[in-house]
Ligand binder design. Structure first.
Ligand SMILES: NC(=O)c1ccc[n+]([C@@H]2O[C@H](COP(=O)([O-])OP(=O)(O)OC[C@H]3O[C@@H](n4cnc5c(N)ncnc54)[C@H](OP(=O)(O)O)[C@@H]3O)[C@@H](O)[C@H]2O)c1
Length: 195
């Protein structure tokens, strides 16, 4: 049974992933967010809600104690966040990281140039790729609210396929990665709806 730390637990994908972890796995969850009052603990026997700020290294190290998997679902100063996550994981001896990024960070989307808006995502990915962590970076397409799980993945170096993906699909992939040791380790995956 794994212990999963969810950073940015009040985020859109993270809330879907929390539901799926609870429904489909036995994982014990630690939900980390800046304002703990925003979430209700519906499963106190296997879920903890804590306040932590990913920009604060010490609170991050504390949150990481005893975890097996770190799932980062963040927005904002992602490069600084990635640096802190790598430092805190190194300091606490954790290896497995699942990090949500965005399509377009390698200019891999045919016919699209996303420019400076993706700089924080590019720099964060570079920090993670330079670490010795067992990371999987996810590069989802535009999110939809569709109630479906239907996705395909592309590897770094391949052209991105598709243009959108449901939040639920990205969450399902996060749960699968967290629950399957070794799956897509040290990879950066494009994620989109097929067709
Ligand atoms: N929208 C799209 O179509 C699309 C497509 C591809 C990728 N993406 C990217 O995918 C990522 C995940 O998306 P999402 O919709 O799930 O994100 P989201 O709802 O914007 O959630 C991001 C979370 O980051 C948290 N956060 C920000 N700074 C933090 C800090 N210092 N410490 C702890 N938590 C912090 C926020 O927490 P608070 O609640 O405390 O503010 C928020 O809950 C985002 O980076 C998004 O830009 C989006």
């Amino acid at each position: 049974m794994s212990n999963v730390l969810i950073l940015g637990a009040n985020g859109g994908i993270a809330r879907h992933a929390t539901d799926l972890f609870l429904k489909e796995t036995q994982a014990r969850l630690t939900l980390c967010l800046r304002n703990a009052a925003r979430l209700k603990n519906t499963h106190p026997e296997r879920m903890r809600i804590i306040e932590c700020d990913v920009l604060d290294l010490e609170s991050l190290k504390t949150a990481m104690a005893g975890q097996d998997v770190v799932y980062a679902n963040l927005a904002g100063d992602l490069e600084r966040m990635a640096r802190n996550i790598v430092k805190a994981m190194d300091a606490t001896g954790l290896k497995r990281l699942i990090f949500i990024s965005s399509m377009g960070i390698y200019d891999e989307v045919p016919g699209e140039k996303y420019g400076s808006i993706l700089e924080p995502y590019r720099r964060a990915a570079a920090v993670i790729e330079a670490s010795d962590l067992d990371y999987t970076i996810l590069r989802p397409a535009w999110f939809t609210h569709d109630d479906e799980t239907d996705y395909q993945t592309t590897q770094k170096g391949q052209p991105f396929k598709g243009s959108q993906v449901s939040r639920k699909s990205v969450a399902a992939l996060v749960v699968k990665l967290a629950e399957t040791p070794g799956l897509e380790v040290r990879r950066s995956l494009g994620v989109s709806k097929p067709g």
